[in-house]
Design a protein around this ligand. Structure first.
Ligand SMILES: Cc1cc2nc3c(=O)[nH]c(=O)nc-3n(C[C@H](O)[C@H](O)[C@H](O)COP(=O)(O)OP(=O)(O)OC[C@H]3O[C@@H](n4cnc5c(N)ncnc54)[C@H](O)[C@@H]3O)c2cc1C
Length: 495
């Protein structure tokens, strides 16, 4: 009875703690509606009362983002007992923040929309976007398995019926919920529910601090919860699904000094500490210096404006009201063009038609990021631009849409002209967004050592790994990566 009351009280305390941390999280991207803490999650007080007892399970997964949850579901479906540990007070990691879409070619959603696409084109776009630095074997799996990942998510209850295009893709293949709603929070909710329904034990506020080995074999992890309790979770297999290091300013500046002082779009848990932990357990790291900036981040608060705004037709203009780049070029190229503008920022510019095409924009308006005007002249006045220049820019772009030929910047996908008042503008600049490098894995998601041999019992998936995206990740490919390789890691670990 006493234990029951303690449990109820501690769950309330955990919720309160979670709300407090959420409101003052300090992360650059305000978190979207967070999934609730799972009813079975260990709260601080609960682990205090049951602290220090070591636990044994079949598979333990570090990280509750998309990769960790996808792996958990697959391992559970293969008949294994699964524990997921998450260092933050909420589930979801950076996956919770994903907005634009999940890339896959040859899906039922594309077919329903009459979009022709195939895995070979997805493969070619990904290799080209990554400057061919990608591991071809991993990219082949990504491209071949992504459509199966979408169908699997739909079977679990996801709505991925809206299909748009993000930079560097030849076809519309970025899947998201109806109306272009943000994809990440939706996927985390679907995955979390599916994992919980299967009885996966998800422990928030629980940080992995060491990967345990017996000789060459990985045998579990050492964890600490936020009450200070420390215990071991012994398991036949450990999956590292801890995301990247985009929130660790010192770490990304160490690998690329040009990024010193840059802001980040990442959640605070993207600290990269687990990458070093895996390295200490013998893992080889690859491509660590490949770090991506995202070009459209609100400078004052680091909030990322999804690439889908440009994908749905927005243009980028500078302080003079002129376009300066192919807006749907790869992120590195657009970021560089932006940094060359006065003030090292630019403006996303779009009209009512684009606003109506993407419901994510309503969130940006609610949060006060958007300058609105009823006419081009009014917008020019508000932004202290020359109205004639802004009007000429818009007219030239609309002519390019009509002819299908963007002579100025070679943009090949111009789905909408800019001719329906009102007009909207958001100031944006680059910030660190994705870390392409990380733990070296095999196509089976086994962690490889410096000699290219699998470390028995150790697996990894998602942004914590390197090799899939090469020198530059295409928008929409991270979600594909973490579901495809998260599922593979779960199945491999279960074996
Ligand atoms: C603002 C934003 C928008 C994005 N939009 C898109 C998009 O539209 N499409 C797309 O494809 N990609 C997008 N991305 C990229 C994508 O969201 C990430 O690459 C992806 O979510 C990473 O998933 P993951 O499961 O590997 O890691 P995460 O989702 O980051 O989860 C890792 C989890 O591990 C936890 N963790 C870390 N270390 C430990 C430890 N030692 N112990 C316990 N837990 C630990 C973290 O706290 C975190 O919760 C976006 C990223 C951001 C930041």
């Amino acid at each position: 009875m006493l234990k029951k009351q303690t449990k109820g009280l501690s769950f309330l305390l955990a919720l309160l703690l979670m709300m407090t941390l959420l409101s003052g999280c300090g992360g650059s991207q305000p978190a979207p509606a967070a999934p609730e803490a799972p009813a079975e999650a260990a709260s601080p007080a609960e682990t205090e009362s049951e602290e220090s007892a070591d636990i044994t399970t079949d598979v333990v997964i570090i990280g509750s983002g998309g990769a960790g949850l996808a792996a958990a579901i697959e391992a559970k479906d293969a008949g294994k007992e699964v524990i997921v540990v998450e260092q933050m007070p909420i589930i979801g990691g950076n996956t919770l923040r994903a907005t634009g879409g999940l890339n896959a070619a040859g899906t039922s959603s594309q077919e329903a929309a009459g979009i022709e696409d195939d895995a070979d084109t997805h493969y070619a776009d990904t290799m080209k976007g990554g400057y061919e630095l990608n591991d071809p074997a991993l990219v082949r799996i990504l491209a071949d398995e992504a459509s199966g990942a979408v169908e699997w998510l739909i079977e679990l209850g996801a709505d991925l019926s809206d299909v748009g295009r993000l930079g560097g893709s030849s076809n519309n293949r970025s899947h998201r919920p109806t109306g272009g709603a943000p994809v990440g929070a939706h996927l985390v909710e679907v995955l979390r529910t599916s994992a919980e329904d299967r009885g996966v034990d998800i422990r928030i506020n629980t940080k992995a601090v060491e990967i345990l080995k017996d000789g060459d074999n990985v045998i579990g992890i050492q964890v600490e919860d936020n009450s200070g309790a420390s215990y071991q979770i012994l398991a036949d297999a450990v999956i590292v699904a801890t995301g990247g290091f985009g929130a660790n300013g010192d770490m990304f500046a160490d690998y690329d000094a040009a990024l010193t002082g840059f802001g980040s779009t990442n959640h605070p848990g993207a600290d990269g500490v687990a990458i070093l932990m895996a390295q200490a357990a013998g893992a080889a790291l690859i491509d660590m210096e490949q770090i991506q900036t995202h070009p459209t981040v609100v400078p004052e608060n680091g909030y990322m404006i999804t690439e889908a705004v440009r994908g749905n037709g927005a243009i980028l203009i500078n302080r003079n009201g002129e376009r300066f780049t192919n807006e749907i070029g790869t992120r590195d190229v657009v970021s560089e063009a932006m940094l060359a503008q006065e003030g090292a920022t630019g403006f996303l510019f779009f009209d009512e038609g684009i606003r109506e095409s993407l419901s994510a924009i309503e969130g940006y308006i609610r949060q006060g990021f958007v300058t609105e005007a009823g006419s081009l002249e009014e917008m020019a006045e508000l932004m202290n631009m020359d109205a004639a220049v802004l009007t000429a820019t818009v007219e030239a772009y609309n002519a390019a849409v009509a002819s299908g030929n963007d002579e100025a910047f070679g943009r090949d996908d111009m789905p909408r002209s800019l001719e329906t008042a009102g007009y909207y503008l958001i100031e944006v600049g680059p910030a660190v967004h994705h870390t392409m490098g990380g733990i070296h894995i095999s196509p089976e998601a086994e962690v490889l050592d410096e000699n290219g041999n699998p470390i028995p019992g150790l697996f990894a998936a998602g942004e914590v790994t390197g090799g899939v995206h090469g020198g530059n990740r295409l928008g929409g490919n991270a979600l594909a990566d973490l579901i495809v390789f998260g599922r593979i890691a779960g199945k491999s670990a279960a074996q």
